[in-house]
Design a protein around this ligand. Structure first.
Ligand code: PRX
Length: 628
């Protein structure tokens, strides 16, 4: 592998010797030729109440099943299993609040707290298969809430704490959750995000929620509705909150969670993941890619409200018995060295974050980093969007001191686990996620479904099933088939375009649909547009993503006002604030332009590429389908 083309970073012998997989080709050959055996071996490292009969069931494609007949529970493998080993008193979670508060939990302590939480949920009537919405800041109770649901077989639906009223309402309504777990508020950049009052407003619009469980974090006065709302710290003191709670034995294919994500059209989709396959997928990928060992201090700096947090703050690390660190607040609060201060203090050895965070911290310069001893770091990671080579090199040189390989992991809410990713023994090229994970078959196709040549752009597809794959869209199996499996029948369409170079390295370019990645967060143009149109002055709206130096993309919106409404700079600000209130700050357009018409096809579809070309001052290309 010494004759790779381009800018190549080879791992040191030390890195290779330490890695679970020193020889990437060898394990990949094995997995390619013995795919089911490869995954069965991984699954055998976890606990099953009853072993599976069949690794993969493909009788009803694309509704694949994994570890059929197996009985397990992911929460048992995350917690209970470790309390029976030398890890019982090992730290599972280290947490630092934005205000500097510190809390730690051993595996045994987290097991007890989670059991208490599970018993409280049961006392509120939550049963196996019920949906529970979780809308919280980054506090340890968020992790406990997720694991408590898993423990009793309830399906959690975590909504990112940065979302607001309408986004929350829509997701609660779709999932028909009986219970909502929230906090009084969340600290963010020294201010309080009033989660409870946002939830109250959302619940005025939504139906099925019977109980709201409130965790006290920020301490301000909040409205509590009698009979519906309860303080966690009060219930925790009652006998029902016993620190042991029997585990529910789950079928491998029983749902573990739904997580809403934006798609091509319409409402966000509830992506469904299961106890068995998702468990094996996240366990294995984290072990091999981030080379988890018992002495690591692992920090995934994402938010648990997104898939990265689900798979690699909560489930993956605990399945591996790792010590995981979570931080509540903003990276540069109160100063730009906050992250590096914590990385030093807690002896972080593995740091996993997003290109937007790296670019943001890069702006403050190296001096902030160099005040801290980061010699404990041995591996770095990146996720969420393509990392530009400049940010990659800065991350490698300034944070990793040229000794830490960077695991650029490409994957999605839908895939549940890393799909295109290096392991530490693979040579790296800045900006490339290298190759598909062991045993996976992926390809890049043109419109006709033929593989494209080296360095040619095409649609990225996945050709074989994988254990953590989404099983369906909750309540909408038809849309699951049409959205992902019908462009090329039998193949999973990722929605991304990519290239593959002459060394077989993949370079993901970006979304080919109406999904915008803003600071790594996934938003749908439809959601932003419907937030705009919900304002009484707006007749029609179109949103597009425009490249942005730090955030990757930023949102531009074109708005047609209702007749008689006056265009004004004040109205622009009002509309931005309106989107912020309905969707959350991440959905706020950077720029709003009033127009009299929007470019549309004859069938009435907005031609966003024309708007984008115009915004960027580029040639809009073929306009033959343009109506207006
Ligand atoms: O476009 C790809 C981009 O993020 C999309 C998936 O977004 P989401 O479901 O929110 O999951 C993000 C975290 C796993 C993909 O379709 N993406 C994710 N990781 C990368 C990436 N693009 C390039 N390189 C990556 N490493």
């Amino acid at each position: 592998m010494s004759d790779l083309k381009g800018d190549v970073y080879y791992p040191s012998q030390e890195v290779i010797n330490h890695a679970h997989v020193p020889n990437w080709d060898e394990l990949n050959d094995f997995a390619q030729n013995n795919y089911e055996e490869f995954w069965a071996k991984q699954a055998e490292e976890l606990h099953w109440f009853q072993k599976w009969d069949k690794v993969i069931e493909d009788a009803e494609k694309p509704f694949y099943k994994w570890f059929v007949g197996g009985k397990t529970n992911i929460a048992y493998n995350c917690l209970d299993a470790h309390t029976k080993t030398y890890r019982r008193n090992k730290l599972a979670l280290i947490w630092e609040g934005e205000d500097g508060e510190e809390r730690t939990f051993s595996y045994f302590a987290l097991y007890r707290e989670t059991s208490k939480f599970a018993n409280i949920l049961k006392s509120l009537g939550v049963k196996k298969g019920d949906r529970v919405t979780i809308y919280m800041g980054r506090v340890p109770e968020l992790i406990m809430a997720m694991l408590a649901c898993a423990r009793i077989g309830a399906i959690h639906s975590v909504i990112y704490g940065g979302f607001s009223v309408e986004a929350l309402h829509e997701r609660i309504d779709d999932s028909q959750s009986k219970v909502l777990i929230t906090c009084d508020g969340a600290f963010q950049r020294g201010k309080i995000v009033p989660l409870k009052s946002i939830a109250d407003e959302a619940l005025q619009r939504a139906g099925a929620v019977e109980h709201v469980l409130v965790i006290k974090r920020t301490g301000q006065e909040v409205y509590m509705e009698q009979g519906r709302d309860m303080w966690y710290h009060e219930l925790e003191k009652l006998p029902v909150a016993a620190p042991n709670c029997p585990i529910e034995e789950m079928d491998a294919e029983d749902p573990l969670f739904i997580l809403y994500t934006s798609g091509t059209t319409g409402k966000p989709k509830a992506i469904l993941h299961t106890h068995g396959g998702y468990m094996v997928g996240t366990y294995t990928t984290l072990k091999y890619v981030f080379d988890i060992h018992d002495d690591d201090r692992y920090w995934c700096a994402a938010d648990p409200g997104w898939i990265t947090g689900h798979s690699y703050i909560v489930y993956g690390p605990f399945l591996n018995g790792a010590t995981s660190f979570m931080y509540e607040g903003a990276p540069n609060f109160p100063y730009p060295n906050r992250w590096w201060q914590m990385a030093e203090r807690y002896g972080i050895s593995i740091l996993y974050t997003a290109p937007t965070a790296i670019r943001g911290l890069m702006r403050f310069g190296e001096a902030w980093v160099n005040r801290h001893d980061l010699s404990g770091l041995r591996l770095l990671g990146s996720v969420g969007e393509p990392i530009n080579p400049e940010a990659w090199r800065w991350y490698h040189r300034v944070i990793g001191k040229e000794k830490c390989p960077i695991m650029d992991t490409w994957w999605q809410t839908e895939t549940g686990m890393f799909m295109i990713t290096p392991t530490p023994s693979l040579p790296l090229k800045p900006g490339s996620g290298t190759k598909p994970f062991f045993g996976l078959q992926m390809d890049i196709l043109n419109e006709e479904g033929e593989p494209v040549g080296a360095n040619e752009e095409g649609y990225l597809v996945i050709k074989n099933p994988w254990p953590a794959m989404m099983r369906t869209i909750y309540n909408d199996p038809e849309r699951f088939v049409t959205q992902y499996w019908s462009k090329y029948p039998g193949l999973y369409m990722t929605g991304d375009s990519a290239k593959r170079d002459e060394d077989g390295y993949y370079w993901v370019i970006g979304r080919v649909d109406d999904v915008i990645k803003v600071s790594g967060y996934r938003l749908g143009t439809a959601e932003i547009e419907s937030a705009l149109v919900s304002h009484h002055d707006v007749a029609e709206a179109a949103a597009i993503g425009i490249p942005h130096e730090v955030r990757g993309n930023t949102i531009y919106a074109y708005v047609i006002l209702k007749q008689g409404v006056e265009k004004s700079p004040e109205l622009v600000e009002l509309l931005k604030a309106h989107v912020g209130h309905e969707m959350g700050p991440i959905g706020k357009p950077e720029k709003i332009e009033f127009v009299d018409a929007l470019p549309k096809t004859r069938s009435g579809k907005i031609m966003r590429r024309v708007l984008k070309a115009q915004a960027l001052g580029q040639d809009p290309g073929n306009l033959s389908t343009l109506e207006e």
